[in-house]
Design a protein around this ligand. Structure first.
Ligand code: PLP
Length: 389
């Protein structure tokens, strides 16, 4: 295809020339028939790889039965998926939506409504430096991305920021205006920075003591990515609100806001959306959840994550690079120089898709069912690239 065929697409990203036409498991194919080993997987959303049979079967069957009936009516797959999430988490009620940012908007609204009705009008939500919560105006305001500071002013007010990991700073920001504290258990876009278990536990204790809510944004970390179904489980805590996206739909647009009964204060009319909880997407979500909950699946993700970490650590020691960090199959390799974007480009030319969320970092987010042979292929290719570098 000629690149001018894409001129009607609004330019919101610098895209490489490849045009992808099909995919299967860990592999993508472009319009020239070239195969690429995909360690980006739709930005960590294709948790079962490209076009897995579970997903295509659920889509096909549900599409023939019922695509959409209106969010003002009950449908069976939505109820089933909400039940599955509630059964396997500490949350009681679920609201479905179409993107992670929309789920976080819902969490912000729910916390503000809760603050208005249960905490004398409290509305502030404390968030963190370098956080990423989405691209709507409120979620950009909640994010702590330095490059966004001057964009789309004025921002939505009410998101004081603390340094990530600094419990004392959070304590100093909590006031009568505070409704909640919101964080990513692993800050993905910031370069894969995991909150420590002590920080997560400290935040839970502090928010309980001060009578404010704890919100975990598990859009990137949830649905098995961390090696557990939800990353908050690593800290053995129970947050009040959680948001999900990405992996929940296995690549199809599905997200969710989950909350404990005591926090669920929306009244009819407060929240909604035309496509929210439609049976087509929630049937896909059920198929994804069943695949993840199959005996041994999550244990295997944790083992595969350990293997990828080991191989990246070898690569790092061979080439004098930096730290390997993250959880499960959300890992990063510190490069020690700003070579990330160049390496991503060179790797793509050689048939490996990677991501560099910061110039000095490579991020790895393969399918949760990636094979150890595929990990070896990726590491060997990177090794060869680094030798030439
Ligand atoms: N929150 C986190 C932690 C994310 O990683 C992302 C996307 O990368 C979002 C929110 C936004 O999700 P979406 O792009 O589906 O709106």
């Amino acid at each position: 295809m000629q690149s001018d065929q894409f001129s009607a697409l609004m330019r919101v990203a610098e895209r490489p020339p490849q045009v992808f036409v099909s995919g299967s498991g860990s592999w993508l194919v472009d319009d020239a028939g070239r195969r690429y080993l995909d360690f980006v997987q739709g930005w960590a959303s294709n948790c079962l790889g490209h076009s897995p049979p579970e997903l295509t079967q659920a889509l096909g069957e549900q599409a023939q039965r019922l695509v959409n009936c209106s969010p003002a009516f009950y449908n069976e797959p939505a109820a089933r998926l909400a039940g599955l999430i509630a059964e396997h988490s500490c949350f009681d009620q679920v609201f479905f939506c179409n993107s992670g940012a929309e789920a976080n908007e819902g969490a912000i609204k729910l916390a503000r409504k809760w603050g208005a009705t249960h905490r004398a009008g409290a509305f502030e939500i404390i968030t963190f430096d370098n956080a990423f919560h989405g691209r709507t105006l409120a979620t950009m305001s909640a994010s702590g991305k330095p490059q966004w500071e001057a964009l789309f002013e004025p921002k939505v007010a009410g998101f004081p920021k603390a340094p990530f990991g600094d419990l004392g700073a959070v304590a100093r920001l909590i006031s009568q205006r505070t409704a909640a504290v919101m964080l990513e258990p692993v800050q993905g876009e910031a370069g894969v920075i995991a909150a420590t278990r002590e920080f997560m536990r400290g935040l839970r204790a502090l928010t309980r003591e001060c009578g404010v809510l704890l919100i975990v944004d598990e859009i990137q970390t949830g649905i098995g990515r961390s090696g557990r179904l939800f990353a908050y489980e690593h800290a053995a805590i129970e947050p009040d609100i959680m948001t999900l996206g990405k992996g929940l739909g296995g690549g199809a647009p599905l997200a969710a806001l989950a909350a404990r009964d005591s926090v669920c204060c929306f009244e009819p009319g407060d929240q909604g959306g035309t496509f929210n909880g439609n049976p087509l997407m929630t049937a896909v979500g059920c198929a994804v959840m069943h695949a993840l909950l199959a005996p041994g699946f999550l244990e295997k993700v944790a083992r595969t994550g350990d293997y990828l970490r080991l191989r990246l650590e070898q690569l790092s020691s061979w080439h004098g690079l930096g730290e390997v960090r993250g959880q499960g199959l959300l890992l990063a390799l510190e490069l020690g120089s700003d070579s990330g974007p160049l390496l991503v480009e060179r790797a793509r030319e050689r048939g490996l898709l990677l991501n560099s969320p910061r110039p000095g970092v490579l991020r790895f987010m393969p399918a949760l069912n990636v094979g150890s042979g595929e990990i070896d292929t990726a590491v060997d290719l990177l090794d060869a690239l680094l030798r030439q570098h």
